[in-house]
Ligand binder design. Structure first.
Ligand SMILES: NC(=O)c1ccc[n+]([C@@H]2O[C@H](COP(=O)([O-])OP(=O)(O)OC[C@H]3O[C@@H](n4cnc5c(N)ncnc54)[C@H](OP(=O)(O)O)[C@@H]3O)[C@@H](O)[C@H]2O)c1
Length: 215
């Protein structure tokens, strides 16, 4: 019989109580179908509730984490470090924005159009981060995307799960695990990324309107 090492709940379900979901997860563990249970997109309080409902540690939480989205640092990563859990950083390349390939004139299509990070104003605001990535990448003779990935795993108890559209990207992403960033490089990336304040879609439309009026 196949056994999954980790079974993760994708999103909190507003209709199905956690007690019921976690009882099912426990059954799956007891039946020998899965080793560990994880969640995704859970805040800390809900993660703790999941522990209580499972009556055991919920080992991982898969959340967005990259240089432009650092909310997980507030309490999820400290919790994972203190309690021996794991954060799985999804969208570690900010859906490709941190590769430096996209500009206000060259936006990706598809679902990424709905991601507020790809609002032209936010691509502009991300430039200091992209510049720092380019500079550090040149020093290591790797790509900005690889430096962005290496940054996500600089802390203990964080693993990164980048998406890849080609074998080349897959190999590059795997190789990023071998990059060691210096303390100075980490500090530079921390500093520039902390200055990034994304525009909301509404603010971006308002700013665009103001620019038109002031022309
Ligand atoms: N749990 C959840 O709710 C949730 C939500 C979202 C995602 N995820 C998971 O997280 C994983 C990755 O997240 P994601 O795909 O959203 O974002 P991501 O890993 O930040 O970005 C992936 C995109 O970046 C580009 N890319 C990848 N490697 C690259 C490289 N080495 N150099 C340059 N560009 C590169 C590719 O797009 P282009 O080449 O087209 O630019 C690729 O599709 C996926 O496995 C996904 O299932 C989970």
């Amino acid at each position: 019989m196949e056994r999954a090492e980790l079974y993760q709940l994708h999103w909190p379900n507003p209709v199905v109580p956690l007690s019921s979901t976690m009882a099912g997860m426990r059954d799956a563990q007891e039946a020998g179908l899965v080793d560990e249970i994880g969640v995704s997109n859970f805040g800390l309080e809900r993660w703790r509730q999941a522990d209580s409902a499972l009556q055991a540690p919920v080992i991982s939480n898969q959340v967005p984490y990259n240089l432009l989205q650092r909310t997980a640092e507030r309490d999820l990563i400290p919790f994972a470090q203190a309690e021996d859990r794991l954060i799985l950083a999804y969208s570690p390349l900010a859906q490709g924005l941190l590769s430096g390939r996209y500009t206000q004139e060259n936006l990706p299509g598809g679902l990424r159009r709905a991601n507020k990070l790809f609002i032209p104003g936010n691509i502009r605001r991300a430039q200091p981060v992209l510049e720092a990535l380019r500079e550090i990448a040149a020093a290591h003779r790797v790509t900005p995307a690889q430096i962005a990935l290496a940054w996500t795993v600089r802390l203990g108890r964080v693993a990164s799960i980048p998406g890849a559209k080609s074998v080349w990207q897959l190999e590059q992403n795997a190789e990023a695990a071998d990059i060691n960033l210096s303390m100075d490089e980490i500090q530079v990336l921390d500093l520039v990324s902390r200055t990034f304040e994304p525009l909301t879609r509404i603010r971006s439309i308002a700013e665009f309107g103001l620019r038109l009026i002031s022309r």
